[in-house]
Ligand binder design. Structure first.
Ligand SMILES: [Zn+2]
Length: 321
């Protein structure tokens, strides 16, 4: 019997390498395209798909943080490797397959916020998810980057078979014309955009009260401040859970590190900070998995309490479910 030794294996592999070595070719041209932004994970028996919609570099001024000197804000942006006067604002939506329903949490920008965002549709295709198969859309709050993806630029529904559910408190605040009329002019644009999205489909938009489940295993929590009816979703299956934080904090490299900061777009800054700290404390103490709409893709990970705030630790990419 021929005995295979380390030396014969080595010799064989060396000669194979020599035989297979081909003359060098010119480098292929760059593709010029990004790869799909899709990340799949499990919570108990639920299958979750994080779908990237892109990123917006929001220009900011000294008015952006109400309760901190602009020099401190510029410092924080530099520490987060962001441009000097722009906040990195990535967008990640989430599809939850509960086994009974396909649920989409927030709908992306609909390509109507920045040229560098609006790739949700392409990523749905890459993930093998047909927009017609979405049964239910739930909305964390009514800012345009969360609701604009309900419709395309021609005002047609992107997910034609989906029921839409929103928090009653969010609907009550934004759909009140007295609130719109009393709002400063830039906020009036937000009110008008909500009417563009919701007015003609209002009879088909169902409302939930915080504490209710929108689907079996998806619980709603009141998380007021960023907006009055801002909603966090707690997903439970088996003995696992996930907090879907929405806009409890924007980019964690700025707002988890500086949880006291009140951004100009928070309707009630004090409440936004109190909500952020309560939820982050709970997530850190219970070592809960969390996802944030404006966290870097795939947007899920853990929060660790530090001396002055929190640090976000991203998940490790799992090649197997
Ligand atoms: Zn947002």
């Amino acid at each position: 019997m021929h005995q295979v030794t380390r030396r014969t294996v080595l010799a064989a592999s060396l000669s194979a390498t020599t035989l297979l070595r081909l003359p060098a070719k010119a480098a292929p041209p760059p593709t010029g395209r990004e790869t799909p932004g899709v990340y799949r994970y499990r919570i108990g028996s639920f299958e979750l798909t994080a779908l990237y919609d892109g990123i917006w570099y929001r220009p900011i001024t000294e008015k952006f943080i109400r309760n901190a000197p602009f020099a401190d804000v510029e410092h924080a942006l530099a520490d987060a490797f962001m441009p000097a006067d722009k906040l990195a604002t990535p967008f990640t939506t989430l599809v939850v397959n509960t086994g009974q329903k396909l649920v989409l949490i927030d709908t992306g920008t609909g390509g109507q916020i920045a040229p560098s965002a609006g790739v949700l549709r392409a990523n749905l295709v890459a993930a093998g998810i047909d927009p017609q198969a979405i049964d239910l859309i739930v909305i964390s709050h009514f800012h345009p980057d969360h609701i604009n993806g309900i419709k395309d630029k021609d005002n047609d529904l992107v997910f034609p078979n989906a029921e839409i559910m929103v928090a009653d408190a969010e609907w009550a605040f934004w759909m009140d014309d007295a609130n719109m009329n009393a709002a400063p002019s830039d906020l009036k644009l937000t009110f008008r955009n909500q009417r563009r999205i919701f007015s003609d489909i209002a009879p088909h938009v169902a409302r939930f009260n915080h504490g209710a489940e929108v689907a079996s295993g998806i619980e709603t929590l009141a998380a007021p401040g960023h907006t009055p009816g801002h909603t966090v979703f707690a997903i439970h299956s088996g003995n696992q859970s996930l907090l879907v934080l929405g806009d409890t904090a924007q980019h964690p490299a700025v707002f988890a590190r500086h949880p006291d900061w009140q951004a100009a777009f928070d309707i009630d800054g004090d409440a936004a900070v109190a909500t952020r700290k309560a939820l982050f404390d709970r997530a850190a103490a219970d070592r809960m998995l969390v996802t944030g709409y404006h966290f870097p893709f795939p947007a899920c990970g853990h929060l660790v309490k530090t001396a002055h705030g929190y640090e976000h630790v991203p998940v490790e990419w799992q090649p197997n479910l």
